[in-house]
Every structure is written in C-alpha cells, then in structure tokens.
Design a protein around this ligand. Structure first.
Ligand SMILES: Cc1ncc(C[n+]2csc(CCOP(=O)(O)OP(=O)(O)O)c2C)c(N)n1
Length: 562
C-alpha cells in the first residue's frame, strides 16, 4: 500500500536546478561525504589507505571536520567516545583489509556499549568481490564476514547509485535503539570513479522509535504500585535514552531504592536518599535486591558485572525493560518489555496513580550503604580510596571521564560518584584494553568546552600512547592520568591468587613524562598526596596534558568469591 498523498515527490525548482548542473570533478567519495553531510554529520574519524584515497580527497571539498588517529582501533574508540557524548552517529573512515580489521576490537566495545559508530570502509575493486582471488593488496575473501559478528548491520554499495541509500540505511540502523556500530563497505573503484550523479540532497534516515506494548506496562505498573519492597536496577539504557530525569521521578513516586550498573553510572543521583549507588560487586547490595518483592530492571541485560557474577538470584517478580530483545530474560525469567528505556519509563509514569508511601526505604538504603562502607573500610585500602577521592575533587562535575581496564577503574565502577548522567564511560561492555585515552579524545572533539579525563594503567597506556600526537595536533583538552604499577597489575593479582606466582605481567616502560613531553604534551609525575592539586591544574590548563602516578593499587575483595 502506498501513501503517496503524504509525500512531496516533485523536486523543488532549486533541487532541479542543482541536480541538472552538478559541480565537476566529483567522485564516489563525494557521494559519501554529501550523504553524511545531508544526514547531519559534522565530524569524521579515521585513518587513510590506498583504496580509500577518493573518500579522503572528497573530505577536502567538504565542511566536515576530520580527526585522524594513529591506529584504527584508537580511531574506533574515538568515534565511540564521540558517539556516546553526542548521541549522534560518528563516521569512521577505514581502508581495506588490515586497516579495517584493526578497528574490530573498538567496534566490539561500541556494540557492547550501544555506541553509534558508522564505519565506512573501502574494499577491493568491485570486479574482485565475491571471493575471486585476484590478489589485490589488502584483499580478504569476505571482508564483511569479519564484521558481521561484531556490528549491528552490514551494508555494501557496489555502485555509486547505491551509496546514499546504503549510508542512510546504516545511519538509521546505528541510531535505532539499541544504538550500535554499523558497517558500510564501498569498492575502491566505485569511490574513485568520477560521478555523473547529482549532488545528494536531503537524504532521509528516520531511526525507529521503540515504544512499549501498553498491555505490558499496564501489568508492570500494577505490580510496582502494589509492591511492598520495590527496587530498581538502572543500566546504560537509561543514560543513553536520556531518561535519568524520568527515572528519578519514578523512583521517588514509588519510594524505590535504585542501584545503577557500571554502564548506567549517573542514571540516578549518587547522594539521593534512595540511591544504593553502584555497589554491585557487594553481597550486601545483592541481598537487598534479592529481597525486593518487585524488581524493575531498566536498560540493563543483567550480565556478569551487573549480577555480581551471576550470583544474583532475585526472589520477587522481575520487570525487565530493554531495547535489545536478545537480552530480555537472557539471565532471569521476567515480565520482559522490549522498549526504549525513556518511553517505557514515561509509560509507567503515565500509568501509575499517586505515590507509593514507604517510610522505611531511605533507612534501609542507609543501612546497606553503611554495611558496604564498613566492609571496604576493614580491608585497609585507604590509598585506593584516597586516589579516587582526589580524582573526584579535581574533576569538575560536568567534565566527562573515560576509564581503561585498570585497577582504579574497577574501583571507580563501584565507588566513583559520576555526579551527572553520561559523564562516566569505560570499556566495561567488551572489556578491551586501550579504550580510555582515544575515547576521551573523541569526547573532547564532541565538546571542546569541557576538560576530559582519561585514566589508564601503564599497560593500557601503551595501547594508545601514539595518540598523544593526535591530542597535540588538535589541541584537545584531555588530561591523561596514567597509574604506573610496573605491569599488568590486575593480572598480576589474578595470577598470584590462582597460581601463587605471576607470569607475563611485568613490563619495561618508557619514562611517560619524558615521552609525553617529546610529543609536545606537558606532563608531570605526581604522588597520592599531590594528585588532587596536580590533576586540577592540568584539567584547568588548555590543551592536552599527562599526569603520571607511580603507585601499586589493589582491588577490594570481591564478595562473589567468598
Ligand atoms: C585487548 C585486550 N587484551 C588483553 C586484555 C586483558 N587485560 C585485562 S586488564 C589487563 C592489564 C591492564 O594493565 P594496566 O593497564 O597496566 O592496568 P593495571 O591492571 O596495572 O591497573 C589486561 C592485559 C584485555 N582486557 N583487552
């Protein structure tokens, strides 16, 4: 059935005039750029290659800002950081074969964290597609196959006329909830050939809304209204759908305590009387959640880290809202509601009638948090808590922070107050090392008015050390805190715990301060005592900086192993 009365199909006079007289010297690369521009992109991340020359050459003719990184994996992380901060699809230009494949780990994180990244890669010339082994440089038998398991959707443009549609479809896919990375590939000859096609004008891409089914929210609202001890687990979906405000109103109306997952940091105010913060790796919190008679899980898949390593066994009814249908009931039987967190919370607020009174909720929350605090205090980990407190003191409330797979981050997941929604990010989705610094650079590109903090260990820092050059080239206001403990500290702990000794974890390192300075990036060595002041100064200074903290930090004891 068509609804052609709804559409204006006749080109305007200006569209016709422009279409009949396109500028000369355009290529397939220009069609890509014009489509991206028409879709609203302003910034492109990437790294050029021989097959992608026309793509990069077309950038020169456009108003799009280009930020080149030094390794494709880092470019992917930068696009992820940009996508998380802006909520817009972040274009990532890659070349065929090795260039494309080097981005895979970053795209895995974007997929796990639902970050909208639009990867556009070159491909061998079209006549070689389909597995013909013509022996092109960078040739893979089936390049797409390497990405299909990682990204949300794969799109190919075999001809120039397919370029606008392929990119618009990919854009739509990246921005339909759950957001995620998508993959477009275009053969080198299609990109390079001069085009006779008119300039791409107003391409359409309308991400789909995912509203909850009313019969399900009716049941969910009924359960919550009648609960005696309701509780809420809020995940990254709440932050991504910009629903922290709705969640706060709902929690207050229900008098329901809220715990935020590591991906959902900032979804609920840390110091709110109903806030259980994010102490998910603590048995006291797990016990509290298990005791809820109705548990609302919103925007979290209740995976390993959100379920205290799958030890969490709720006894009440579970209402599970998630935009990813594959995650509904993947871990627990529940009333599953396949929906965007914001729309589902809105539906619940519209359905619930009046507040649920509960004079004890805030007291029960305080009791649990006291138990958690006492347990941590008994472990003699003052250094770690002091370092986290210094970072919180130095970091402005609105400034984003990006955390690598390092011991201090595992502390921060549970213990750091992010102050605002969508300010604290890590690679907790896929767990790929080297995320923090390039993602922080992407965030600084997205909003250069705020300082950004990246936190890495010495091991993770070496994954992205080359990006000091990118930070310098674009004068990005990122302060990089490197905690140098002489090796892969967390694996040193794990190996020693499991086998009594450690192997492969001790690392020779550069002098990070001298190295940063050689890139033209100001750097200093600090101590736990001077950290707060040194960080605050570095964050307040314009442009990039590095702060190195030599320290051996320990993890807190995990209760799921007890
Ligand atoms: C790409 C990738 N490779 C390997 C790992 C395994 N891994 C997790 S943490 C870690 C060590 C991190 O060391 P460092 O950055 O120095 O931080 P620390 O543990 O010392 O605090 C490694 C190798 C990983 N998560 N990702």
């Amino acid at each position: 059935m068509t609804h052609d009365h709804d559409l204006v199909l006749k080109p305007t006079a200006r569209q016709t005039e422009a279409a009949l007289a396109p500028p000369a010297g355009r290529t397939g690369g220009d069609l890509v750029i014009e489509t991206l521009h028409g879709l609203g992109a302003t910034t492109v991340f990437g790294l050029p290659g021989q097959h992608a020359l026309a793509l990069f050459d077309a950038l020169r003719r456009s108003s799009l800002q280009y930020v080149g990184l030094r390794v494709e994996n880092n470019a992917g992380f930068a696009a992820d950081g940009y996508g998380r901060i802006t909520g817009e699809a972040a274009p990532l230009f890659l070349s065929t074969g090795p260039g494309a494949l080097t981005s895979l780990a970053a795209l895995q994180e974007a997929a796990a964290a639902s970050a909208p990244v639009l990867a556009i890669s070159s491909q061998i010339p079209a006549r070689g597609l389909g597995g013909r082994r013509q022996g092109h440089l960078h040739e893979l038998r089936d390049q797409q196959a390497s990405f299909r398991d990682v990204v949300k959707s794969v799109h190919t443009a075999r001809t120039q006329s397919q370029i606008p549609s392929a990119i618009a479809a990919a854009w739509e896919s990246a921005l339909t909830v759950p957001h995620g990375p998508v993959w477009v590939e275009i053969p080198a000859d299609v990109l390079a050939a001069e085009t006779l096609l008119p300039e791409v004008n107003a391409p359409d891409a309308l991400p789909e809304e995912l509203a909850p089914r009313p019969e399900l929210t009716a049941v969910a609202a009924h359960l919550l209204a009648g609960a005696e001890r309701p509780a809420i687990i809020a995940g990254g979906g709440v932050v991504r759908s910009d629903a922290a405000g709705k969640l706060k109103v709902l929690a207050e109306q229900l008098n329901a305590p809220v715990v935020t997952t590591f991906g959902g940091k900032g979804a609920f105010p840390w110091t709110h009387p109903l806030s259980l913060q994010s102490w998910l790796e603590d048995r006291h919190v797990t016990d509290f959640l298990e005791d809820a008679d109705v548990l609302l899980v919103v925007g979290s898949g209740l995976g390993e880290l959100s379920s205290n390593y799958y030890t969490f066994k709720p006894r009440g009814r579970v209402v599970h809202i998630d935009a990813d249908a594959g995650k509904l009931e993947a871990n627990l039987p529940a009333l599953g509601i396949h929906a965007d967190a914001r729309l589902a919370l809105t539906a619940l607020l519209e359905t619930l009638e009046g507040p649920r009174e509960d004079a004890t909720a805030a007291d029960r929350v305080r009791t649990v948090l006291d138990l958690v605090r006492d347990r941590i205090a008994s472990q003699g980990l003052d250094l770690e808590q002091g370092v986290l407190a210094s970072i919180r003191e130095a970091l402005p409330a609105a400034a984003p922070s990006f955390w690598d797979m390092t011991i201090l981050s595992y502390w921060a997941w549970s213990a750091f107050d992010p102050r605002r929604p969508n300010t604290m990010h890590s690679a907790q989705g896929a767990g790929g090392l080297g995320y923090a610094y390039p993602a922080a650079l992407g965030a600084a590109v997205a909003d250069p008015t705020k300082p950004v903090l990246a936190v890495s260990g010495d091991g993770g820092a070496l994954y992205s050390i080359a990006e000091l050059a990118t930070a310098k080239q674009h004068d990005l206001p990122v302060t990089w805190l490197i905690v140098d403990d002489g090796g892969y500290g967390v694996l040193r702990e794990y190996l020693t715990e499991a086998y009594g000794t450690t192997t492969g974890t001790e690392l020779a390192r550069p002098d990070f301060v001298a190295l940063a300075e050689s890139f033209g990036v100001p750097a200093l060595r600090t101590t736990p005592e001077s950290l707060a002041g040194d960080l605050a100064k570095s964050l307040a200074a314009p442009g990039p900086s590095v702060v190195v903290l030599p320290a051996v930090l320990s993890l807190f004891a995990a209760t799921h192993l007890a």
